[in-house]
Write a protein that binds this ligand. Structure first.
Ligand code: ACO
Length: 309
């Protein structure tokens, strides 16, 4: 869906969307294509690239705020379709920080010996929770999925550091008010937009720039790695101006940030793995590179991960 498509349905312009967000187009999944279908494809491609048969996977973690069902988890749907019964599969609702949260949990499980191989996925069908009459949010979001395989290794590579934080006091800055136990959708529910994403974008913007920067500095300091050593930053793609703000504060040139926001918009938990996969397949990542991932989303929740490739 292009910015021109939005010009036909709401009061907006390609110029506003491009200059304020960096987004030119986003992918919208067709009716009938579920979050698990996109996640399944991403998981299959990750397993192929890792030359890892599904039955070797000990844990599947899916970051999503748009599961196929309230119950069971989307991870369990994928587990059945990929056929790896001797594993545990579960979702985490950490919004745009879903993939980095999954990476952190998978790393802990591998380091503790609970799992040898982990599949971590971020997948969203945000079009199902987007209010297409709200110009302040609808132009931002897209659908997609990405995945990565992690495995135990004695080599000096892998997830070096992770950092996660949240602050629930700002939860109403980005939320879906209705549809949960607090406000169930009853037969007389007015469908007045409260069952879709509501966002206080400008306040989130400032916290995102500040906390994403701090999260990056924290993992770099903890790992004893300098910003100059980072080959590529793979940020959550919410707004090009947020990424520019983080780049400036970290004093890392924008040329060392992987950007694909122009083509996908904000895909929440899918954003970081989509960008990571593109960067990898495009040859932007070489063996031994330090890769810094960082994300921020509804909760509010944020985090960063430093990986040696
Ligand atoms: N087209 C034209 N005008 C628009 C549009 C639009 N699509 N959307 C808003 N405007 C207008 C507003 O109505 C307002 O007009 P007014 O001044 O007459 O009232 C004006 O533009 C400015 O609005 P702001 O909200 O102040 O615009 P801002 O520059 O802050 O950009 C945006 C809005 C893009 C949402 C930005 O604040 C942002 O990216 N915030 C962060 C979002 C984010 O990172 N969320 C977390 C991750 S998402 C997740 O977890 C699922």
């Amino acid at each position: 869906m292009t910015n021109a498509d939005f010009e036909k349905i709401i009061d907006t312009s390609d110029e506003w969307i491009t200059t304020r967000t960096g987004i030119k187009e986003r992918r919208i999944a067709r009716n009938g294509l579920q979050t698990s279908d996109m996640a399944l494809e991403a998981c299959r491609r990750a397993l192929d690239m890792a030359v890892c048969p599904p039955e070797d996977i000990d844990v599947l973690i899916v970051g999503t705020v748009t599961p196929d069902y309230p119950l069971p988890s989307t991870a369990c749907v994928i587990q059945e379709k990929l056929a790896f019964p001797n594993a545990v599969a579960f979702d985490i609702a950490a919004a745009c920080a879903g993939f980095i949260s999954g990476l952190s949990i998978a790393r802990s499980m591998i380091e503790s010996g609970t799992a040898r191989k982990a599949l971590v996925c971020g997948a969203e069908k945000l079009s199902t929770i987007t209010d297409y009459s709200d110009r302040g949010t609808c132009v931002l979001f897209g659908d997609g999925a990405g995945a990565a395989v992690l495995e135990a290794s004695d080599d000096e590579v892998g997830v070096v550091e992770t950092y996660l934080r949240s602050d629930g006091s700002m939860r109403e800055w980005l939320w879906i008010e209705a549809g949960g136990s607090n406000q169930p959708i009853t037969p007389d529910f007015p469908f007045d937009g409260r069952d879709k994403i509501l966002m206080n974008g400008s306040d989130i913007f400032k916290v995102a720039v500040r906390e994403m920067t701090k999260a990056c500095v924290k993992v770099l300091d903890d790992a004893g790695v300098s910003a100059d050593d980072i080959a590529l930053v793979v940020p959550h793609q919410a707004n090009i101006r947020i990424i520019e703000g983080v780049a400036k504060r970290l004093q890392i040139g924008l040329d060392r940030f992987y950007l694909n926001i122009d083509r996908y918009g904000n895909t929440s938990a899918a954003s970081v793995p989509l960008a990571l996969d593109e960067a990898n397949r495009n040859g932007r990542i070489r063996s031994g590179d330090y890769i810094l991932m960082v994300a921020f989303g509804g909760g509010l929740i944020w985090g960063a991960a430093l990986v040696k490739w």
